[in-house]
Design a protein around this ligand. Structure first.
Ligand SMILES: Nc1ncnc2c1ncn2[C@@H]1O[C@H](COP(=O)(O)OP(=O)(O)OP(=O)(O)O)[C@@H](O)[C@H]1O
Ligand SMILES: [Mg+2]
Length: 228
């Protein structure tokens, strides 16, 4: 599903990723953990083609995106990758259902089809009655679920989430995490989730430990494990 080989990335003289090899299978829910500045977001952005590595190859959904141009890449992202960020990043002037429909329009689907798909997703999220509310009329947990629905609208191969529950309280956090596993169980949805939440990391299929731009086996964080 995702295959990274020899990924390196520097910002100026700062070497952020020092050679990352990673394989993620379809239907896996993988967490990425590690201290602040370890390179987690940078890695996720490269996986999602939002940023380019200095060296190495990125294959997503069987397609080598390493040498694709910007126009092709934005088309590729729209169809193959869903993003969920810490802060929902919904468009404030549009309702929940409109926010979900936008990526479907961009992919060339008809308004009718887009609306139907968006409504299906809202129903799945238990948010059908919030469809016509704007983001500032939704709770934090509701906004994040709408953001997940938006990420799902074009049936992406993978959803990449960067601290998706970082701004939620315990109850909303647990509901969001449960939603990820429901989507995996029902639709085989693949997830890669960067998180500082140990509880979430502990229930994912696999946890990738990042430190100083490298992937470790997690042994170096044995203290973290003992306390979790
Ligand atoms: N566009 C950029 N230009 C320069 N430096 C950057 C850029 N993006 C990230 N960095 C630096 O690269 C390093 C890794 O950043 P990254 O955002 O990947 O860390 P992270 O593991 O996601 O951390 P956090 O847990 O705090 O989100 C940091 O030192 C950061 O300051
Ligand atoms: Mg980050």
């Amino acid at each position: 599903m995702i295959e990274l080989k020899g990924i390196k990335k520097s910002f100026g003289s700062l070497e952020v990723l020092k050679g990352i090899d990673l394989h993620i299978d379809k239907g896996e829910v993988v967490s990425i953990v590690g201290p602040s500045g370890a390179g987690k977001t940078t890695l996720l952005q490269i996986m999602g083609t939002l940023d380019k590595p200095d060296a190495g190859t990125v294959v997503v959904d069987g397609i080598d995106v390493s040498r694709m141009g910007e126009k092709k890449l934005s088309e590729f992202r729209n169809r193959h990758v869903g993003f969920v960020f810490q802060f929902h990043q919904l468009l404030p002037e549009f309702s929940a259902i409109e926010n979900i429909m936008i990526p479907a329009f961009i992919a060339g689907r008809s308004p009718k089809e887009s609306k139907q798909r968006a409504m299906e997703l809202l129903e799945f999220m238990g948010l059908a009655d919030r469809a016509h509310h704007k983001p500032n009329e939704l709770s934090g947990g509701e906004k994040q679920r709408v953001a997940v629905a938006r990420a799902l609208v074009n049936n992406p191969a993978v959803i990449l989430a960067d601290e998706p529950s970082g701004s939620l309280d315990t109850k909303n956090k647990e509901e969001l995490h449960q939603l990820f596993f429901d989507l995996r169980d029902k639709f085989g949805q693949t997830f890669v989730i960067v998180t500082h939440d140990e509880q979430l990391a502990s229930i994912t299929d696999r946890t990738i430990h990042m430190k100083d731009g490298r992937i470790g086996d997690g042994n170096e964080s044995s203290v973290e494990k003992l306390t979790s």
